[in-house]
Design a protein around this ligand. Structure first.
Ligand code: PMP
Length: 297
């Protein structure tokens, strides 16, 4: 699903067949979750070119995450973006999901390994949470405490928390989980930021206990363009009683409409909410972006 015999990936400056690339089983990231990564999407645009959406922002966040984990990265944002366009060309991908991963060398001690590897690969991937409206539940798991780990960095090990929350939600018949932060405020989904609408106003948690989503930023800009009132503030589960609608945002999930929380449907139909308008505006934006593009071959 993620690769076949033809797939080419980028590993430490070389272009290799995915089926032939190797990694050391003693690597620190595999054992302790100390790597950092990104999830990026490219889109075939209306002009038949391919554009990596917010490529610079994603690679800036990757370098930020690396710094937070004391990982030295020698590639610049510019170089990383160029490698990624080459990767798409080599694999003839247009609508793709791109996965850069910085992982560390063999090291069983508990200080960051000095041996740093860079993998970039890509595959075709449907929207993470599908196209259906989501029934979500409040997780019994909290997001990691920002005093324990840098929650604003995209660290591989943090996703143990995400996997626990999503697996719990699926095992109880829900589509996805909603997690609270260590202080009991609503934080985010396992792999997406959370917004809700009440009485004509959109709300989303401020930065601090969440991953600063690039889609979250885009959606906030779009809300501004559409003149939708939006507030960043802390809120609890009590504030989610009798809301009009809600949605998740993320690169993989895009803007994903939510239908119910803990079995209780929201007041409005998804199509009548501001979230729905934003989901259309988001689609339009990713498809009509121009910038560092290349024409399809
Ligand atoms: N929160 C978490 C925990 C995530 O894993 C993601 C996906 N990267 C997001 C939010 C959304 O971030 P973005 O919009 O940058 O993909």
């Amino acid at each position: 699903m993620y690769y076949n015999d033809q797939t080419i990936l980028f590993l430490d400056g070389e272009w290799l067949k995915a089926s032939e690339a190797k990694a050391d089983l003693f690597n620190q990231t595999l054992h302790y979750g100390s790597g950092v990564f990104e999830g990026i999407r490219s889109y075939k645009t209306a002009e038949d070119s391919v554009h990596i959406f917010k490529a610079e922002e994603h690679y800036e966040r990757l370098l930020y995450s690396a710094k937070k984990m004391h990982i030295e990265m020698r590639y610049s944002v510019r170089e990383l973006v160029e490698i990624t366009y080459d990767l798409l060309k080599k694999n003839k991908l247009s609508d793709a999901y791109i996965r850069p991963l910085i992982y560390l060398g063999a090291n069983m001690s508990l200080t960051a390994s000095k041996e740093v590897h860079l993998l970039i690969t890509a595959w075709q991937w449907d929207r993470l949470l599908g196209d259906r409206l989501l029934d979500i539940m409040v997780s019994s798991y909290q997001r990691p405490n920002p005093k324990s780990v840098p929650v604003d960095a995209k660290v591989t090990g943090h996703y143990a928390n995400s996997i626990l929350a999503s697996t719990e939600a699926r095992s109880k018949g829900f589509d996805e989980a909603l997690l609270l932060d260590a202080k009991g405020f609503v934080a985010e989904g396992p792999g997406a930021n959370f917004f809700f609408e009440k009485d004509g106003v959109l709300y989303t948690p401020p930065l601090g206990n969440i991953l600063p989503g690039i889609t979250r930023n885009t959606v906030m800009d779009l809300a501004g363009e559409l003149e939708f009132p939006l507030e960043e503030r802390f809120f609890t589960l009590d504030d989610l009683q009798d809301i009009d609608g809600a949605f998740f945002t993320g690169t993989a999930a895009e803007v994903a409409g939510i239908r119910s929380l803990n079995g209780k449907p929201f007041r409005k139909n998804w199509e009548d909410t501001k979230g729905y308008d934003l989901s259309l505006a988001y689609r339009n934006k990713v498809k009509n972006n121009i910038g560092h593009d290349f024409l399809l071959v």
